[in-house]
Design a protein around this ligand. Sequence first.
Ligand SMILES: Cc1cc2nc3c(=O)[nH]c(=O)nc-3n(C[C@H](O)[C@H](O)[C@H](O)COP(=O)(O)OP(=O)(O)OC[C@H]3O[C@@H](n4cnc5c(N)ncnc54)[C@H](O)[C@@H]3O)c2cc1C
Length: 176
Amino acid sequence: MISESDSEDEIELSPETEELLNTTENGVDPAEFGKRHWPYAFNYITHYPVENATNDDQLAALEFLERFMSELPCADCGEDMQLYLQRHHPKLQNRCSFFKWLWKFRNCVNRKLGQKELSLDEAIRVHCSPSNSNLKSDLSISPITWLLIGVLIGSTLYAVYCASQEKAKKNKPLTE
Ligand SMILES: Cc1cc2nc3c(=O)[nH]c(=O)nc-3n(C[C@H](O)[C@H](O)[C@H](O)COP(=O)(O)OP(=O)(O)OC[C@H]3O[C@@H](n4cnc5c(N)ncnc54)[C@H](O)[C@@H]3O)c2cc1C
């Protein structure tokens, strides 16, 4: 159960941290937030119905996009998205149509920024295959690393076993 702590008003901030908190919006770098925001939106779509999204699903998706747009911490980015939404109404009938819409929008932003555009196949591989997922933790261990760990443990155990056999031979009493 969550225990109640002191009132927030009683917790004092140092002038430096208060300044940092109050000016943090100015320091947001689109390059940094983009790395989190795009995967966040693509991840939403990977939970969207594969077929026949209901009216409720479509309304929820529109609300998600509105919220996503309002949370963009850069004015230009929000305006671009607003404009794109007005010109290209999102296709929300199913997961594929929704994915294509976001992929196209992302490519539009890439074009504006002079960044590489992705083919639809590449985009699906990036955002939908578990091994390439942007959302995977940086700490995840690849199969090759697991294999190397296994080989290392196996060879250590084998060396210990050989050493103990050797010792046992030496300690064995002589028999006639
Ligand atoms: C709505 C929105 C508007 C933005 N507007 C601006 C802006 O006006 N100015 C600005 O400086 N930054 C803007 N950004 C941030 C910008 O889009 C990038 O995220 C940022 O520049 C960092 O790019 P990156 O390639 O280094 O890394 P990331 O953003 O992490 O992009 C690299 C990843 O995206 C994947 N990817 C690339 N294209 C696609 C695609 N079409 N579909 C699916 N996956 C793709 C790549 O394969 C790779 O995995 C915006 C971000 C958002 C969410």
